[in-house]
Design a protein around this ligand. Structure first.
Ligand SMILES: NC(=O)C1=CN([C@@H]2O[C@H](COP(=O)(O)OP(=O)(O)OC[C@H]3O[C@@H](n4cnc5c(N)ncnc54)[C@H](OP(=O)(O)O)[C@@H]3O)[C@@H](O)[C@H]2O)C=CC1
Ligand SMILES: Nc1nc(=O)c2c([nH]1)NC[C@@H]1CN(c3ccc(C(=O)N[C@@H](CCC(=O)O)C(=O)O)cc3)C=[N+]21
Length: 304
């Protein structure tokens, strides 16, 4: 079998277009301009690329977008007071503090200070609690898992009763992904670095979500025939074939090997990554609409 490649880049572009239309409508009808603030501490080049693409997407969607780039030695207190100001700023509906933070800053302190209704990453304990308690419609749902779920549902349709394996148990991807799949009535297994016999755990799954951070770790012959493979991993590896010192991005899955078995598979780049950015815009619009007293939109339905 040769898998169908899931074009996350195109689906994300289509979603951003729908959000732009809805963003414009909100502005024209209520005067509320959705606003997003992205805070980055330090100089990590990869993080800067993500922050730039968030700003670009926000402009496309007619949102107000502000970026706070702070030096790596910024104190925890300075960061906390910036978050406090953004919490109070009525023109800002979404606050994203880029992770990871430098070691001298307590990440949980920062995430817990972000007002839950402005927490477009969905990392605040209130939002985590709503999602795991089965009340995701009231929550802000983390962007990467939400985008991954849209891709899986567009490929397989109803996920009810399917077996899903999430490889990775981080708070930002693995755990919320598992909660979303459970809410779709999948039978969910969460695998991690202590899992025994990972290849056979993966082999049992109709849906495989890889969020490990290890280049091409998941091999083609681990994949069940016809499975849907969602590769969240973003890993930069040397690419001497492109010239000396060059690099390229690969996922956590051996794409070519897995494509021989899978029914559907996301590429890296061009898969989950662009969906993450689109869902960040979706969450910002949701927050702005809630602030204007409007109902939530169903973004999967909007995509058609
Ligand atoms: N596309 C996108 O939009 C995004 C992509 N990413 C990418 O996704 C990947 C994962 O990110 P994140 O969740 O933050 O990563 P973390 O490093 O926080 O978590 C990695 C997880 O993988 C598990 N793991 C590590 N080694 C193995 C192994 N050999 N076998 C099985 N499990 C293993 C770890 O297990 P344990 O808990 O036991 O240590 C851990 O739970 C990264 O490549 C990251 O860059 C992240 C966010 C967004
Ligand atoms: N608070 C917080 N929220 C996040 O959502 C968050 C974060 N911190 N820290 C870092 C990770 C990583 N992440 C990505 C987003 C988009 C792409 C993306 O668009 N990738 C492109 C390629 C980009 C490139 O070429 O480098 C693609 O996959 O096609 C990747 C990774 C969000 N993260």
């Amino acid at each position: 079998m040769t898998a169908t490649r899931i074009d996350g880049k195109a689906i994300a572009a289509a979603l951003r277009e729908k959000i732009a239309v809805e963003g414009k409508k909100l502005i024209d009808e209520t005067g509320v301009v959705p606003g997003i603030a992205v805070v980055i501490v330090g100089e990590d080049p990869a993080s800067k690329v993500y922050v730039a693409s968030k700003g670009k997407a926000a402009n496309e969607c007619h949102f107000k977008s502000v970026e706070h780039a702070l030096p790596a030695d910024t104190s925890e207190d300075t960061l906390l007071s910036l978050v406090g100001e953004l919490n109070e700023d009525d023109s800002i509906h979404g606050i994203l503090v880029q992770l990871p933070l430098p070691d001298h800053i307590d990440e949980s302190k920062v995430l817990e200070l972000i007002r839950p209704d402005k927490d477009v990453d969905g990392f605040h304990p209130i939002n985590v609690g709503l999602l795991t308690a089965g009340a995701k419609d009231k929550a802000m749902v983390p962007c990467t898992p939400a985008g991954s779920l849209i891709l899986a549902k567009r490929s397989l349709g109803d996920l009810s009763g399917k077996s899903a394996v999430v490889v990775g148990r981080s708070n930002i991807v693995g755990k919320p992904m598992a909660a979303l799949l459970l809410a779709e009535s999948c039978t969910v297994t969460i695998a991690h670095s202590r899992t025994k016999d990972l290849p056979s755990v993966v082999k049992a799954a109709d849906i495989v979500v890889a969020a490990v951070g290890r280049p091409q770790m998941i091999k083609g012959d681990w994949i069940k025939d016809g499975a849907c493979v969602i590769d969240v991993g973003i890993n930069r590896i040397p690419a001497p074939e492109r010239g000396e010192g060059k690099t390229r991005l690969v996922g956590d899955v051996d794409y070519d090997g897995a494509a021989e078995h899978a029914g559907f598979i996301t590429p890296v780049p061009g898969g989950v990554g662009p969906m993450t950015i689109a869902l960040l815009m979706a969450n910002t619009l949701t927050s702005a609409r809630r602030a204007a007293g409007l109902e939530d939109l169903d973004y999967a339905a909007l995509l058609g």
